[in-house]
Design a protein around this ligand. Sequence first.
Ligand SMILES: [Fe+2]
Length: 255
Amino acid sequence: MTDELQTETDEVRVIYDPIADTPTSYKREPEGAHPPMDYEGYKSTALRHPKQPLIYLPQTVTEITGPQLGPVLIGENDNDLTVQHEGEPIGERIVVSGRVFDTEGKPLRGTLVEIWQANSAGRYKHRWDRWPAPLDPNFSGAGRCVTDDEGRYTFTTIKPGPYPWGNHYNAWRPAHIHFSLLGRAFAQRLVTQMYFPGDPFFPYDPIFNSVRDLRGRERMVSSFSIHDTVPNWAHAYEWDIYLRGPGATPFEEAH
Ligand SMILES: [Fe+2]
């Protein structure tokens, strides 16, 4: 694959221009934009949140630049979690797609999107996940892709199941897919969870409800998309993601 790419183009593909596309700073996000680091209902936050007020450091080149992604980073099956093993995983096959924007509405191309999730029975392939739900030998639950020129990402996967997590009596997580996005700058990194519409566990989940703003919670819930559904193959969910935008951009966008 690598050789073909290099033979065809004879040069490394440039996803974006790191100088022209790099603003000089990123806006500080307002208080309450994200869930509190210490949230009473989410027990383990009591032990891991900072005990002192945060000290804001000036943004330097480390924060305003991002990972330089080459053309060989992404493997052929990295965004299709249903073809990473010999057999097919069990469960509802789904397509999850959407676009990545910054807060000014500009699509972010060349953004690394990584996901991880439980299998259809709600179990992770992880040594600490020991609850009595079956592992699926044909499902690892991890994928990644890079957004295209319109900022679009697409994954084919299996709909994850809910799972118990011991936070309180009869605690179950709503079905979710974990997302990590790096954007064009490390200051844009976002780690979040995507949920499915109408999940009956929403009212009982302290992680979902730690986002106190109702509209913020709604932005974590994907939409069923008949448009993206593949007939006789997979149903689909759509979910757009907004990363922090630049505070000052030294160059106008090229037209
Ligand atoms: Fe999870």
